[in-house]
Design a binder for this molecule. Structure first.
Ligand SMILES: Cc1cc2nc3c(=O)[nH]c(=O)nc-3n(C[C@H](O)[C@H](O)[C@H](O)COP(=O)(O)O)c2cc1C
Length: 210
């Protein structure tokens, strides 16, 4: 598939076929695309825990809420200042699916990067380079999965989800993960989330802002 077709086709999907599987060769091709991303220190010091064992996936996501009440959903939209109607529609669809999307995935990938300084108190932007680099790797993974005719979604760990994930997967203390990724096959009735429209002319600034 042409690169621009892959970029246009990649969308976050949260409704996976629970019976679909993914083989080790496909996973390796997808992760190898991840490992070809640019890295700040030239080391690509990344590891990827790939989980296909349903019992491990279910253990990992035990901590994720299985749904949200209408009242809590409204409070979340307000607390997080989500005012845009297209954005609200996206969250109304996404938040209740945070558990199910991983439970139904063909595999879950946890990308790990080594962080030597306190990431929550960086002295300057360069202290976030490891974090930025792993996101380059994650985008390659999302695009490669798309090229392989799989779909992805991801979740940023909230509260004590990071500690729980560490406990379940037993990776070394100096490694952190920015998100967990679900890869799977889109269900026939998967919800299409409307994209926010943008004007190319307004977004590109040649030579100066104006
Ligand atoms: C940094 C980042 C954090 C995200 N966090 C979550 C998340 O916690 N849960 C989720 O379901 N989707 C999450 N997403 C997916 C976004 O909701 C999605 O990319 C966005 O709505 C645009 O839709 P698209 O990916 O289909 O273009 C995240 C995406 C990014 C880049």
């Amino acid at each position: 598939m042409d690169f621009y077709d892959v970029a246009a086709k990649r969308r976050t999907v949260r409704d996976f076929d629970p019976h679909a599987t993914i083989d080790a060769e496909t996973i390796q091709r997808i992760i190898s695309a991840g490992l070809q991303a640019p890295s700040n220190d030239h080391l690509r010091d990344w590891h990827f825990v790939v989980i296909r064992d349903k019992s491990v996936i279910l253990k990992l996501i035990e901590i994720i809420p299985k749904g949200i009440s209408d009242q809590d959903m409204e409070a979340l939209l307000e607390d997080w200042h989500l005012d845009d109607p297209v954005q609200q529609e996206c969250y109304r669809n996404a938040v209740p699916k945070q558990y199910r999307m991983f439970a139904d995935a063909s595999c879950v990938v946890v990308p790990l990067f080594r962080q030597r300084t306190d990431i929550l108190h960086p002295k300057d932007l360069s202290h976030l380079n490891g974090f930025a680099s792993i996101w380059c790797s994650i985008e390659n993974i999302l695009l490669a999965a798309t090229a392989e005719d799989y779909c992805c979604t991801l979740r940023i760990p909230l509260g004590n989800e990071e500690e729980w994930t560490r406990k379940v997967l037993r990776f070394p203390a100096e490694y952190r993960f920015p998100c967990i990724i679900a890869i799977g096959k889109k269900r026939a009735d998967a919800k299409e989330i409307q994209q926010k429209e943008y004007s190319m002319i307004e977004r590109i600034h040649y030579d100066r802002w104006e």
